[in-house]
Design a protein around this ligand. Structure first.
Ligand SMILES: Cc1ncc(COP(=O)(O)O)c(C=O)c1O
Length: 406
């Protein structure tokens, strides 16, 4: 009898229609599993889009947050917030940088970075500072960050865009030099170490080192948006660390609070004194609850070896995908499996947005980005066995989709 009950399809008529949502409403989770209002179980290959670092209902994060709730959720930046200093020092130690500004989201962190770049220029007497940004970049949906974004779909309908951006292709030093030649207004280069929304495209280590050298030579700020690829996702705290370089400005968010909204801009010595009291702020930024989430996330990541886990399980997931898709790779239907650690993209020769629903029907959450790229950014607690399950669920779906398109 109960088996005959039709599933309830959720709707949200009073919520503004800004997302193309799947007809699923998730209610709770445990580790890398989540359940919906109909009691269906899913394996979480998405992690709330690279947010749920510690998975769901983590046995040490949740009690710590509960304890924090009873102490204080929010005070104000009129006062010192001791947990800000705790989290800032943890980030400074792990990045080797200087100090931190706290906010709540990725776009807010990027707005702060762009303001830093502009004031850096003005402080040097440059009245119309310009920032180099990249094709396929994604930095957020505020007017300034969507202007920095390299996706016309994100910008459509929101002109006039913010001026002062110069756009170049990734991994092309000659193009960067040519676009900035004899331009004294350039103040910064701004990019993701691995582009997430743009389809999992990494900046090569050599390119990062060359850009670092160019920034030093020309007195530009090197600003690396690690909102999606940072916080251990690639197996190092920050993705740029694979190249052995250090940026001057590094926006963070997503995984930093394991689901509690926390944004941060970490700066090196070159950018540490640009903002003075009154130049920037955020009401929610750095509140005790969000700071506690950040502190506990970092502690637990370290106690449980989650950087190593991201590398080990990420490599295993990639190997399982490569094995499960061997025929599709050989035929060219799968063009590339790329990314690092637990930030992987499977680039198909055909558009594949239908895979989000099909994967969910098969019990797997994932996303599709840049039309043809299946993106996997699961919690960093993912086990080897769960990686195998992801590949086992996903590979046949990709195979079927490719057959339908031949
Ligand atoms: C690299 C990058 N920067 C910025 C953002 C914007 O973050 P938020 O949605 O928290 O504003 C995102 C979100 O996907 C991102 O991937």
């Amino acid at each position: 009898m109960s088996n005959a009950t039709p599933p309830v399809v959720p709707t949200s008529p009073h919520v503004m229609n800004t997302y193309g949502r799947l007809p699923i409403a998730l209610t709770h989770g445990q580790g890398c599993k989540v359940w919906d209002t109909n009691g269906r179980e899913y394996l979480d290959g998405l992690g709330g889009i690279a947010v749920n670092t510690l998975g769901h209902n983590h046995p040490r994060l949740v009690p710590a947050l509960q304890e924090q709730l009873t102490r204080m959720i929010h005070s104000s930046n009129y006062y010192h917030v001791p947990l800000q200093e705790t989290l800032a020092s943890l980030l400074v130690e792990r990045s080797g940088m200087h100090s931190v500004f706290f906010c709540s989201t990725g776009l807010e962190a990027n707005e702060a970075a762009l303001k830093l770049a502009r004031k850096f220029g003005h402080d040097k007497g440059i009245e119309r500072p310009e920032v180099v940004v990249y094709e396929k970049a994604f930095h957020g949906r505020s007017i300034a960050t969507l202007s920095a974004t390299g996706n016309p779909k994100v910008q459509a309908g929101f002109a006039p865009l913010v001026e002062g951006f110069i756009r170049v292709p990734i991994n092309n030093l000659a193009a960067l030099k040519a676009a900035t030649e004899n331009n004294p207004n350039v103040v910064a280069v701004f990019f993701e170490a691995i582009q997430g929304e743009g389809g999992i495209h990494a900046m090569q280590a050599d390119y990062l080192r060359d850009v670092r050298a160019l920034c030093d030579q020309r007195d530009w700020l090197m600003m690396i948006d690690e909102v999606q690829c940072g916080m251990g996702r690639t197996g190092k705290w920050f993705a740029h660390q694979w190249a052995g370089i250090q940026p001057d400005v590094m926006p963070l968010a997503k995984g930093l609070g394991s689901g509690v909204p926390v944004g941060a801009v970490v700066v090196g010595p070159k950018a540490a004194s640009i903002f003075q009291p009154g130049n920037h702020g955020s009401t929610f930024g750095g509140n005790p609850l969000s700071m506690r989430a950040g502190v506990e996330t970092i502690r637990i990541m370290e106690e449980d070896g989650l950087l190593e886990n991201a590398t080990r399980v990420g490599a295993h997931l990639r190997a399982c995908l490569a094995q499960g898709l061997a025929a599709e790779i050989a035929s060219g239907g799968v063009k590339e499996i790329r990314g690092q650690g637990l930030m992987l993209g499977i680039d198909l020769a055909v558009p594949c947005s239908v895979l989000m629903q099909r994967a969910a029907d098969a019990g797997l959450l994932l996303s599709v980005t840049a039309d043809t790229v299946v993106r996997l950014v699961p919690p960093l607690i993912l086990s080897l066995q769960e990686a195998e399950q992801i590949a086992a669920l996903l590979c046949p779906l990709i195979s079927t989709l490719l057959k339908e398109n031949t």
